[in-house]
Design a protein around this ligand. Structure first.
Ligand SMILES: [Zn+2]
Length: 352
């Protein structure tokens, strides 16, 4: 019998509620050694919209930042700039406030300098808000890098309510994609391509998905819905941390999205692309799409690559290119030839 043990990082604190920012200074005081120097990393939009609010909250509690940086992009250059500030100030914590790019740069720079990072997302657009992976661009190449988990995550539902509705839908899409990802992971294990299928990580991933299936229809920017969505995104991050890879939340539907990014960069959002990718991969698996299409209707999600700005030829090209974006992984795309039969199936479900 094989005895496996594993070390996982879980957050010291998780705060998802209205006015969660008001308690941020206290969260920092309670979870770091006294005198810890904090660097604030924000994206330009957050600085514009909430810069004053954030600073007045910290002033009220007499907590100050030793330095501040505005993160313009998620590239190595920005990581280096933040690293220099960490070293110059002998900082002991980075507070990252903003969208995916700011969080990725903050988390990676903290990881490189062996100091903790607190994630304060202002949109719920993907599961990078709390995960063991940072996506960083270097010399036009984008890499997903394994990093330490955040020390904590603070989500202010009042702030999240102001997120554009498409970014909320993208977060839903990234969670729905778990359905496809877990199937690919299981299949990869069955054909002995990967050595481990961790049922517990898969369970977390499926739980996040199932909560979206069972929730009643309600406004996507309501606090009740955003709470459930963010909890699901955090479950996704924990599933990846437990599996020690992204397999519980990333399969062929993510490869399809990576391929779309190559064919038509920045045309649509990651979460919306993987949502459509999930419909396509479920179709390739020969599944009946009736129920999942109802789920897409409930959240008014895009149901075709056309809705994302990609035509039929580009979609087929992306499907052929997709396996090469994660060549080391096995997925449904290894088992299906993209031919006329596939086109007929996709047309039957009105995906193409
Ligand atoms: Zn994703």
């Amino acid at each position: 019998m094989t005895i496996l043990s594993r070390k996982i990082e879980i957050p010291h604190f998780t705060s998802i509620k209205s006015d969660a920012w008001e308690e941020l200074p206290q969260d920092i005081i309670e979870n770091t050694p006294s005198g810890t120097k904090v660097i604030l990393a924000v994206d330009p939009t957050v600085e514009k919209l909430y810069g004053k609010k954030l600073k007045s909250i910290f002033d009220k509690h007499k907590v100050s930042f030793c330095d501040e940086i505005i993160i313009e992009d998620s590239d190595q250059n920005q990581v280096d700039k933040l690293s220099q500030l960490i070293l110059k100030n002998n900082a002991g914590l980075v507070l990252g406030v903003g969208g995916g790019r700011t969080l990725d740069v903050s988390q990676y720079a903290s990881h490189c300098n062996k100091i903790p990072f607190i994630s304060v997302p202002t949109t719920p657009s993907h599961d990078g808000i709390f995960s063991p992976v940072a996506v960083i661009r270097n010399n036009n190449k984008t890499s997903s890098i394994k990093v330490n988990m955040p020390l904590g995550v603070v989500v202010d539902l009042e702030i999240l309510q102001n997120a554009p509705i498409d970014l909320i839908k993208a977060g839903i899409g990234d969670t729905i994609s778990n359905l496809s990802a877990v199937k690919d992971w299981q299949k990869s294990y069955q054909v002995k391509h990967c050595k481990v299928f961790d049922g517990y990580s898969a369970l977390q991933s499926k739980l996040a998905y199932e909560r979206l299936v069972t929730i009643r229809k309600m406004p996507l920017n309501s606090k009740e819905f955003l709470q459930i969505l963010v909890e699901g995104l955090i479950l996704n991050g924990m599933a990846m941390e437990m599996a020690n890879n992204s397999l519980p939340c990333s399969g062929a539907e993510h490869m399809f999205s990576h391929a779309l990014d190559i064919i038509g960069p920045k045309r649509s959002l990651h979460g919306l692309q993987v949502a459509v990718g999930t419909l396509i991969t479920e179709c390739l698996r020969g599944e009946d799409l009736t129920e999942i299409l109802k789920l897409f209707d409930k959240f008014n999600l895009p149901k075709s690559p056309y809705d994302l700005g990609f035509n039929k030829e580009e979609t087929l090209e992306a499907l052929k290119l997709a396996p090469s974006t994660r060549a080391e992984r096995y997925s449904i795309l290894n088992e299906v030839e993209i031919d006329e039969g596939v086109i007929i199936k996709l047309e039957y479900w009105k995906i193409l």
